[in-house]
Design a binder for this molecule. Structure first.
Ligand code: ADP
Length: 705
């Protein structure tokens, strides 16, 4: 279909698309239009990576806005929100306003109410709904990007419940759900009452295969020589081979450490072939990267970049990542070694993709586990740059003949898995049941169950009793902790329950904080407060490395008087989790005391992006603790406020009065991928007010750490 044939879209759009080189719709896009996406029909598009899903969303949003509506684009990661905003900003030339919700409700609310297109993560949207943002009721179109993530145990339930709430609030809303190719897209379409576009069309040929020995074995049965000399590594041989053909390589590995080590080695491989112009541009880029933060990670990245390689993972700051992605798109960088977390969503096509590690550490099984077919297909989908490469090639690596066969069976001949709702896990429901009641979507047990009927979980399960059983357990917990009251079938949120829901806290975090503050007899110290918020399920705690148990146990005894609530004994099971919280709190204290960033990254074995992540989460939790203290009538709010200010800017106590200035003495880093969200997660610390934690773990549910 030619773009000039598009109807129901704004008049300016066809010419605008043509200016961008889009003259004809890709087949899945044309199919979405035929099914009514520009006329307000809901559509699920299950289409391979890089096959133009964004344009399907744009057609829906722009035609909806042209009819006087308002559109919301939900992204799975904060890092992607700014990328989408940049993409949509071109609509502003045509009088549309585009905004991103960062979650600062007071300052944003009025402005977002005037925007035509709003970009936000599902957690932000969930939070906006809880806080009663009036414009939510005006939405006419909602796009859910990467909707297959409903399968994700930690983030999926929020997306699922948020879509259910938006549809309940706006019964006529058009839902456009964009998914990678999955095994059961028809289930998503049934859940969302949507038309289905299910296609495996790609704009550029993808050849998948496995490298083994001295050859690439491709899926069409052909083989091509790709020799590995002497003690050369397979990845190095492939990167050299791609470079000889003028292409770039994206290498997926399974950990940050591996990404950094591989980038160092592969940068040495590509550096010999750099041209003078490239070298000069890479030198400048390396300086820019070094200036982003004073850490070893930043320096290591700069060193690799100077030689034409880079690593990409969630420990980098947002600024680092976008510098790397831009230089890769500009072809100055020849190789990126990435962990799959972010790279799956970021648009960095590459001539060749190498999936070097197909196993990854998985805490739920306590060891290495194979990646899903869906994940590997998404990584492979990054191969091939339309218009630049004749085809894309994605390779897995085998060390033995058996592995060669296994990889073909697992990832090449196999269709991707279906997605499965994770809503019935208790930690997820605990949060969402409270929010559903507090934000007025249900005022009785039967009303709550009726609401839950609208979720994907209900669509997928034949076992109807499970959801109501879990819901009842959760209701009991929420009542026992004073978040809800019940009277027969009727349910009502208490003032505390409303506050917890609006603060976007996991109710279990709120219970831990309230309990800690209530048990505190003297004005709490900043360190005591840090340890308290670090032991809530809303904080991703640092691991204890071997030998650290002793160090932190010593610290625990040294500062015993500062902790809020009971310190478990060394012989109790929860002691180790409590110590991890202590380690995380110590990091916050070091930051507040202005210990140099590189000493912190060294001491705790983390990247600069992680520090920002912990600091952001701590700020949010301390802000919440301050509100909770007032809500339950405790006098500790000023002490909590002070501890939050200290961690906000990394400032010592004696300097607090001097700092109207933000960020004194620190290079300010960009946003990180670790968003403060109330993800469902395993409960950790036991608490007198709640049932024993063993009853809170759903079998098979992965723990956060
Ligand atoms: P996906 O979201 O499916 O991964 P994108 O929407 O990011 O893929 O599209 C990948 C690339 O294809 C983008 O650079 C986009 O501009 C381009 N593109 C999309 N549709 C067309 C089209 N009909 N003709 C030419 N290029 C297109």
């Amino acid at each position: 279909m030619d773009v000039s044939e598009l109807s129901s879209v704004p008049e300016w759009l066809p010419a605008d698309l043509e200016d961008d080189g889009v003259t004809e719709l890709y087949p899945p896009q044309a199919e979405a239009v035929e099914r009514g996406v520009t006329g307000g029909t809901s559509v699920v598009a299950s289409v391979p990576t890089a096959s133009g899903k964004t344009l399907v969303a744009e057609l829906a949003m722009l035609s909806s806005v042209a009819r006087g509506g308002k559109a919301l684009y939900i992204v799975p990661l904060r890092a992607l929100a700014s990328e989408k905003q940049r993409e949509f900003e071109r609509f502003e030339d045509h009088g549309l306003s585009v905004g991103v919700s960062t979650g600062n409700y007071e300052s944003e609310e009025r402005w977002l109410a005037t925007c035509d297109v709003i970009v936000a993560t599902s957690e932000k949207v969930d939070s906006l709904v809880r806080n009663g943002a009036p414009w939510i009721g005006e939405l006419s179109c909602v796009v859910a990007d990467e909707v297959h993530l409903v399968d994700d145990p930690s983030r999926g339930p929020t997306l699922e419940v948020t879509l259910a709430k938006l549809r309940r609030k706006n019964p006529d809303i058009q839902v456009v759900a964009l998914s990678a190719t999955i095994g059961n897209p028809e289930v998503l379409a049934e859940w969302l009452d949507a038309e289905l576009v299910d296609s495996d069309w790609r704009p550029i040929d993808l050849r998948r295969g496995v490298h083994y020995g001295q050859a690439v074995h491709l899926e069409d049965g052909s083989q091509r020589e790709l020799s590995v000399r002497g003690n050369q590594r397979q990845t190095a041989a492939i990167v050299s081979d791609t470079l000889a053909e003028g292409g770039s390589t994206l290498v997926f590995v399974n950990s940050r450490r591996n990404a950094e080590a591989a980038a160092r080695r592969l940068a040495d491989v590509v550096s010999e072939d750099l041209e003078d112009g490239e070298r000069a541009r890479l030198d400048d880029l390396a300086e820019e990267i070094r200036d982003v933060s004073d850490t070893e990670t930043s320096d290591d990245l700069a060193d690799a970049v100077r030689k034409g390689g880079a690593f990409h993972h969630a420990g980098l700051t947002g600024t680092h990542r976008s510098l790397v992605e831009d230089a890769f798109r500009d072809r100055d960088l020849k190789v990126i070694c990435a962990t799959p977390t972010l790279a799956a969503g970021v648009n960095t096509p590459s001539r060749r993709v190498v999936v070097r590690d197909w196993r990854r550490y998985d805490g739920s099984v306590g060891g290495m586990a194979p990646l899903s077919t869906l994940e590997v297909h998404q990584m492979c989908g990054r191969a091939g740059r339309p218009g630049l490469d004749p085809y894309g090639e994605a390779l897995l690596l085998a060390k033995s003949h058996e592995e060669l066969e296994e990889l073909f069976d697992r990832y090449i001949w196999t269709e991707p898995e279906g997605v499965q709702s994770k809503l019935a896990a208790e930690p997820a429901l605990r949060t969402h049941v409270l929010a559903t009641v507090a934000s007025g979507f249900a005022d009785s047990r039967s009303g709550l169950l009726a609401f839950l009927e609208r979720t994907l979980y209900s669509t997928q399960t034949a076992e109807s009793g499970r959801l109501s059983r879990v819901a009842d357990t959760v209701l009991e917990y929420l009542e026992a902790n004073d978040f809800l009251t019940r009277d027969g079938d009727a349910i009502d949120a208490t003032d505390l329950g409303h506050t917890v829901s609006r603060l976007y806290l996991d109710p279990m975090s709120a219970a831990e904080i309230v309990d800690g503050l209530e048990r505190c007899e003297n004005r709490p110290t900043a360190f005591g407060l840090y340890q308290l918020v670090c032991r809530t399920p809303d904080m991703y705690q640092l691991y204890l490395r071997s030998g650290e148990d002793e160090t932190f146990t010593e610290l625990a005894y040294e500062r015993e008087t500062e902790f809020l609530g009971r310190m478990p004994s060394e012989f109790e099971q929860e002691f180790e989790d409590w110590l991890s919280a202590l380690k995380t709190a110590k990091l916050l204290e070091d930051w507040a005391n202005e210990l140099e960033e590189d000493r912190i990254t060294d001491r705790y074995g983390i990247g600069p992006g992680d520090i920002r992540g912990k600091v952001d989460t701590a700020q949010w939790l301390l802000g919440a603790a301050e509100r909770l203290a007032s809500e339950v009538g405790l006098e500790w709010a000023p002490a909590i406020r002070e501890s939050r200010r200290r961690v906000e800017d990394g400032v010592r106590e004696e300097l607090i009065d001097l700092t109207g200035v933000r960020g004194v003495g620190r290079k300010r880093a960009g946003p990180t991928s670790e968003t403060p969200t109330n993800q469902s997660c395993s409960a950790r610390s036991a608490d007198a007010r709640r049932p024993p934690r063993t009853s809170w773990r759903t079998p098979g549910e992965p723990t956060r750490r």
